[in-house]
Write a protein that binds this ligand. Structure first.
Ligand code: GLA
Length: 335
C-alpha cells in the first residue's frame, strides 16, 4: 500500500465549513508491506521508532504509545478488522513537517487492513474519524481527500460540501516548481485550530453557512474577531476559484498574486501564521523568479509553499525544503 503526502496550494481553513480548497498529492509517500495474521493485533515496525502494537479491540487510540501508533490505532478503531496484520512501514515523507504524514499513514493502514477503497470519500471519512480519535483535533477532510484522490500532474479542486474532487492541470515542471519549506515545528493540538473551528461556528450562528456568505454578509457579525475569521474564509473560498482560473489559463503571475493574498489573509484576519513565517514569505516573494508564497496547512508553524520558476529557489539553502511534484493518490500495490 502506498499513500502520498500532500501540500495545499490554496484554500486553508475552508474545509471544515464546507468550502473549497486546492491541494495536490506529492511525490513523497508512506508504504506498508505485510500480510494478515491470526493474532488479534496490528503490528507495524518502522525504522527509528518503537513498534506499533495495537489490539483489534483498542478503545482509546489517543492514549496509545508510541505516538505514531495512535494513527494506526485510530484506523483500527474505525475499521475494526476481523484479522490482525503484521507489516513494515517505510517512508520518503518527512514526519511532522506539515505534509500530512498522519493522513498518509492512516490511508496506507486502512488499505493494508482491507478497508473498501472503491468510494474515496467514504475512505477519507473513515481516516478523518481515525485522525480525530488519535489526536482530538476537529480537522476537516482536506488532507485525506488529497492523499486518496491525487492525480499525477494535477491539483485537486475540492468542494467540501458536495464532496467532489475536480483535477486541475498544473504547469509542467519545465515552467514552474512547487517548493515546500518547513518553517518550524508545531502541534495542531496546541495550536489555535480548535479555537478557529469554534469561531467559525459562532460566525455561522449569525450569518448561516459561511460557504454561501458574501463579504457584505460578514459585516453583519458584531464580534470583530469572529468577523475577521469569517472574512478570511469567505475571501479564501473566492481565491481558490481565482487561483484555479489563473493556473488553468497558464497565468502563473496571477496565480502567485492570489497565493500572496491568501497568505496576507491568513496572517492578518485568521492569525494562523507566525512572525518567522511572515518573514520567510516576504523574503521568498522578493526573490527573483518567485511568483507567490504562502503558509500552507494547519498553521502556527508547519510549511510555506512557493510557486517559482525552475531553479529560482535553492532548497538546500534551508534546513528542510523540498521541490515537490503533483502525484497520484493512494494505491494498493501488488505484493
Ligand atoms: C489541517 C487539517 C485540514 C485543514 C487544514 C487547514 O491540515 O487537517 O483539515 O483544515 O489544516 O486548511
Amino acid at each position: 500500500m502506498r499513500a502520498p503526502g500532500r501540500v495545499n496550494l490554496i484554500g486553508d481553513h475552508t474545509d471544515y465549513t464546507g468550502g473549497f480548497c486546492l491541494p495536490m498529492a506529492i511525490d513523497r509517500s508512506i508504504e506498508i508491506h505485510g500480510a494478515p495474521s491470526d493474532d488479534p493485533f496490528v503490528r507495524l515496525s518502522t525504522e527509528g521508532e518503537a513498534d506499533a502494537v495495537v489490539g483489534l479491540d483498542v478503545e482509546r487510540p489517543d492514549a496509545v504509545e508510541p505516538e505514531w501508533a495512535r494513527y494506526v490505532a485510530g484506523v483500527v478503531a474505525e475499521a475494526r478488522p476481523s484479522h490482525g496484520f503484521r507489516g513494515i512501514v517505510s517512508s520518503t515523507l518527512p514526519a511532522g513537517a506539515g505534509l500530512s504524514s498522519s493522513a498518509a499513514l492512516e490511508v496506507a493502514c486502512a488499505l493494508a487492513l482491507g478497508v473498501d477503497a472503491s468510494d474515496p470519500v467514504a475512505l477519507a471519512g473513515l481516516c478523518q474519524r481515525a485522525e480525530h480519535r488519535a489526536r482530538g483535533v476537529p480537522t476537516g477532510l482536506l488532507d485525506q481527500l488529497a492523499v486518496i484522490g491525487g492525480v499525477a500532474g494535477h491539483g485537486l479542486l475540492l468542494d467540501c460540501t458536495a464532496l467532489t474532487l475536480t483535477p486541475v492541470l498544473l504547469p509542467p515542471p519545465s515552467d514552474a516548481e512547487w517548493v515546500v519549506i518547513h518553517a518550524g515545528a508545531r502541534s495542531l493540538a496546541q495550536s489555535g485550530y480548535t479555537d478557529r473551528v469554534h469561531e467559525l461556528a459562532a460566525a455561522e450562528a449569525v450569518i448561516g453557512p459561511v460557504r454561501n456568505a458574501s463579504l457584505r454578509d460578514v459585516e453583519a457579525i458584531p464580534d470583530p474577531v469572529v468577523r475577521r475569521r469569517a472574512r478570511h474564509v469567505v475571501s479564501e473560498n473566492q481565491r481558490v476559484h481565482d487561483f484555479a482560473s489563473a493556473i488553468g489559463a497558464a497565468d502563473l503571475a496571477g496565480a502567485g498574486d492570489v497565493m500572496n493574498a491568501s497568505h496576507a489573509s491568513l496572517s492578518t484576519d485568521f492569525e494562523s501564521s507566525t512572525a518567522a513565517i511572515d518573514e520567510l514569505c516576504r523574503t521568498l516573494v522578493d526573490t527573483s523568479g518567485v511568483l507567490g508564497a504562502r503558509i500552507t496547512g494547519g498553521g502556527w508553524g508547519g510549511c510555506v509553499v512557493a510557486l517559482a520558476r525552475p531553479g529560482a529557489i535553492d532548497p538546500t539553502r534551508f534546513d528542510r525544503a523540498w521541490v515537490v511534484e503533483p502525484s497520484a493518490g493512494a494505491t494498493v500495490l501488488a505484493t
